[in-house]
Design a protein around this ligand. Structure first.
Ligand code: FPP
Length: 277
């Protein structure tokens, strides 16, 4: 049988919609209304948890979960940019993750290299500036090279900042900030009484984000911070969701953003409660 005419008549495969276009119309409208009203967060951070358990439940290797998780990174980043977030910070590899079996660490770092190499054009098209926070010198040279290339290629982008926490720990970040301040004091460049919140924030790895953290999401049911953005989360709204990271795509992210819009942020003051008196 000559299959050529059949193949020629086949319509080219249309890629599944992503970002805002993948959402039901009412959700899309809700996000756009909330964005216009300034009710969405500007800076969201995510603990992308549950890759391993998700894969194991399906009878697959944990690394299958990490690979699916990389697709969630793409989906969530695209939606974050489309709804107008200023910054998205992702906990991609913690300082403590080095304790995992070598094979799993290699897969995680390999996925990161793959992600950076495959996303660089998308980051350029979307005007997203990549930032990396953590003990980056611990990363293998192959990772540092592609990371440096992507950081440089996106350095002047303005629309959104995408922060990847790599070999990151919140306590380590604070310790190193304190050490740098102590050196400046020892050199006579800074007086101890000049060490205030702003001085500490300026020394944190995340200083280039330049704004407070509004919403911290952790997927997959656990309710702890696991050494993530300890200083920055002081007044962040926390969202612990059951969805495992590999299934946390546009709809789950949109739901978390809508939920945030109902929070009453008081920062120790009275917030909306004042109006009820
Ligand atoms: C937690 O799941 C997740 C990680 C340790 C790493 C997150 C990595 C990715 C999402 C993929 C690669 C990242 C990028 C930026 C492309 P877990 O393994 O601790 O899950 P578990 O709690 O079910 O064991």
């Amino acid at each position: 049988m000559n299959v050529q005419p059949l193949l020629q008549n086949q319509s080219p495969q249309t890629p599944a919609p992503s970002g805002l276009a993948s959402l039901p119309a009412d959700m899309r409208d809700a996000l756009q209304t909330l964005g216009a009203a300034g009710r969405l967060p500007e800076h969201v951070a995510i603990i992308m948890d549950g890759n391993g358990r998700w894969a194991q439940r399906r009878g697959e290797a944990r690394t299958v979960g990490h690979r699916a998780g990389a697709d969630s990174v793409r989906a969530v980043t695209r939606l974050a940019r489309e709804v107008g977030l200023k910054s998205l910070t992702l906990y991609a590899f913690s300082e403590q993750n080095w304790q995992r079996p070598r094979a799993e660490v290699d897969v995680l770092l390999g996925l990161l290299v793959e992600y950076l190499a495959s996303e660089i054009e998308e980051l350029k098209r979307s005007d997203i500036k990549l930032l990396a926070f953590g003990n980056l010198q611990r990363l293998p040279l192959s990772v540092r090279m592609v990371l440096e290339t992507t950081l440089a290629a996106t350095a002047n982008h303005k629309t959104m900042k995408l922060g990847l926490c790599l070999s990151y720990g919140g306590r380590e970040e604070i310790v190193q900030a304190m050490q740098r301040l102590a050196v400046r004091v020892a050199k006579g460049q800074l007086r101890p009484e000049q060490i205030d919140e702003a001085a500490i924030e300026a020394e944190l790895w995340t200083a280039p984000l330049g704004g407070p953290l509004d919403l911290l999401i952790r997927t997959s049911g656990e309710q702890r911070l696991s050494n993530f953005l300890l200083w920055q989360s002081a007044y962040a709204e926390l969202a612990f969701v059951q969805t495992p990271w590999p299934e946390f795509r546009e709809l789950a992210f949109a739901a978390a953003l809508c939920d945030y819009s109902h929070r009453d942020r008081r920062f120790g003051g009275l917030g909306n409660a004042r109006d009820e008196d």
